[in-house]
Write a protein that binds this ligand. Structure first.
Ligand code: ATP
Ligand code: LTN
Length: 325
């Protein structure tokens, strides 16, 4: 069975963009692939995290996976720092990654601008650690949002470079990016992606948002000029809202446009708010019914499974490069 690997950073609250761009696609993949889903806590450290909040966020991300339908009977769920081979392989891959290619990464450029006071080496080599996550498990497909495509491409380049230098070792992974929802835009600024670290919380709907707050965020969302509820390049804000509606309600955009034809933005937003609230209530009920102890047990079992695979691969890598004497 093809191997799938993906992860989310335990930073702030997971939002509708993370769900529609990434996690939603994981659910379908679980049935006919060998899936590994990781809470990438080492990546989160590239931006300063308060220890007590990070601890809570790690647990919350794992709980979110479970509440959204990632099934530990089908998929391995674990925390990155529980398997030390990720850091080990990242170091080795650092030695074949070029500083020039890392300087070109748009996420690095954005984050460096956002965190001028802490442009650390980890932030710079972030995509190398991500390549290690992926290559450690002979991954075929990496389901992510559009913003991560460049990073998966780097993982491909590093796999090919390593194989060329030391002989066939790594599977060359493919990014798996959905046509719809791969880039959910900010509610307050539809020219930028919805982001957990946006300056205003009106940018995103967090999965753990209070439903009243979520409703308010939808009603306040930026719209385009005119009043017709229609998707298209001349209506980026409406296209974004219609995409969210369509994916959450599982209805085609055309059908939603027809329903709101001639009714204006206000009515449409009320309809969207209801769809979002229904989704959040269902999610939050599931989330709140999962005990911390249950999550910890699943993560321990997941780490044990992942470790077995990772140890095998790192042995092979060490042999290839001359580290095992
Ligand atoms: P930040 O913006 O603070 O860096 P993030 O919101 O991008 O964080 P990540 O943990 O980096 O969150 O992303 C987890 C997954 O969600 C990745 O696969 C990423 O591509 C996807 N993703 C993130 N934002 C969006 C978005 N706006 N639309 C679609 N997918 C997204
Ligand atoms: N960089 C990713 C998170 C991530 C990831 C991975 C995704 C870290 N390692 C491996 C897929 C595969 C992000 O969403 N910011």
């Amino acid at each position: 069975m093809p191997r799938i690997f993906s992860g989310v950073q335990p930073t702030n609250n997971i939002h509708v963009g993370n769900y529609l761009g990434a996690i939603r696609n994981w659910l379908e993949l679980q049935t006919s692939n060998d899936c590994i889903f990781c809470v990438v806590d080492l990546h989160a450290l590239t931006v300063y995290q308060k220890p007590e909040i990070l601890r809570q966020n790690i647990l919350n991300v794992a709980k979110t996976y479970l509440a959204l339908g990632v099934d530990p009977k089908k998929s391995i769920i674990f925390v990155q720092s529980d398997v030390k081979e990720h850091a080990e392989l990242a170091w080795i891959l650092n030695t074949i990654a070029k500083t020039g290619e890392l300087e070109r990464m748009t996420q690095f450029k954005d984050k460096a601008k956002q965190h001028k006071e802490n442009i650390n080496l980890g932030l710079f080599s972030y995509p190398v650690l991500m390549a290690a996550d992926i290559l450690l498990y002979d991954t075929d497909g990496v389901p992510v949002g559009e913003d991560q495509k460049q990073h998966v491409e780097l993982a491909r380049d590093l796999a090919l470079r390593f194989n060329h230098l030391y002989g066939e070792t790594f599977v060359v992974p493919q990014p798996l990016i959905n046509r719809n929802g791969a880039r959910v835009m900010g509610l307050d600024d539809p020219s930028k992606k919805m982001s957990k670290s946006a300056a205003s919380s009106f940018n995103y709907i967090a999965l753990l948002d209070d439903v009243k707050v979520a409703e308010k965020k939808i009603m306040r969302a930026v719209t385009d000029s005119g009043s017709e509820v229609k998707a298209g390049i001349e209506k980026p804000a409406l296209t974004n809202l219609l995409t969210i509606y369509s994916l959450l309600a599982d209805r085609p955009i055309k059908e939603i446009e027809a329903e709101y034809s001639g009714r204006g933005y206000g009515d449409f937003k009320k309809g969207l708010a209801k769809v979002v609230v229904d989704f959040l209530v269902d999610f939050q009920t599931k989330f709140n019914n999962i005990a911390d102890a249950e999550v910890k047990k699943i993560l321990d079992a997941g780490a044990a499974q992942a470790r077995k695979l990772a140890i095998g691969k790192i042995q092979e890598v060490k042999e290839k490069i001359g580290l095992l004497i």
